[in-house]
Write a protein that binds this ligand. Sequence first.
Ligand code: F6P
Length: 328
Amino acid sequence: MSRLTFTRWLQQSPVPLPQDLIQTLQITADCCRDISAAIARGALTGMLGQAGSENIQGEDQKKLDVISNDMLLAAHAQGGHLAGMASEEMDDPFPVTTHANSRYLLLFDPLDGSSNIDINAPVGTIFSVLETTPGSNTAEVTPFLQPGTAQVAAGYAIYGPATQLIITVGHGVDAFTLDPDSGEFLLTTSGMKIPEETQEFAINMSNQRHWEAPVQRYVGELLEGKAGVRGKDFNMRWVAAMVADVHRILTRGGVFLYPLDSKTASKGGKLRLMYEANPMAWLVEQAGGSATTGLVRILDIAPTGLHQRVPVILGARTEVERATSYHA
Ligand code: F6P
């Protein structure tokens, strides 16, 4: 069976994509394929475990966090189709000066859920593409501080039993699967849709005692099942890698919460707006779901920092609306 390659998909977009954006997305996809190979060989090449360093968030970096970050930087710095990059693993933006007219900015979490690496569970790369004025100073954070509504492309690669690339350029969400023989990403699902209703939720229950009252109420009602106000039983799943939890929701539905809790309140939440919440929120909305902080639509947030954190509630529209209404 002949399937559409990612390369052709980029060329056939319903609204033609500028060449620099095509290059940016193609290089990102190729790099994700190479990161997937590096992860698969990790135990053989001694690349599992800690790097012995911390990122700006004060989190211990894994060797593969650092390797994936370096691979994305190197691929795009050579490709020269970007004006700048920003990453979870770097304090400051990484300007690219090789192509004077570049107007795209790439933001990424090079290896999301990296605590899963050592146990051979799914991890991923999340990315978001923004546009800036050619010539803007991309060594500064200012050009990057745009709301999620300004994204021109967003997606993630998931490194699980299969490596897949999920992407939106604003016309729905498509999924590609890496063919290990050809090294190409091939279209396997077109137009992913999140059912409005669900009986599955994802949250780290160990934080229950730290949650705010609206989340205590919402999850409490889910846990009451058939006997409670919801009148139906719910199932719970938590992979502890946002990529994998969101992928499940895009594939079969559900709702995901990383709410504000007393442990993370002083930081604004746990998940990062620019390269985690924004790209995932756009993908979820493009698939018919919703994404809020409990108070506001994630995509409408005017960012104040590159590494800003936000509470996240996303997935099935009716569940996100209910959880959000409890915060009102
Ligand atoms: O980036 C942060 C992250 O690893 C997400 O991918 C994931 O959803 C979450 O943290 C897991 O958090 P916890 O450690 O509370 O399970």
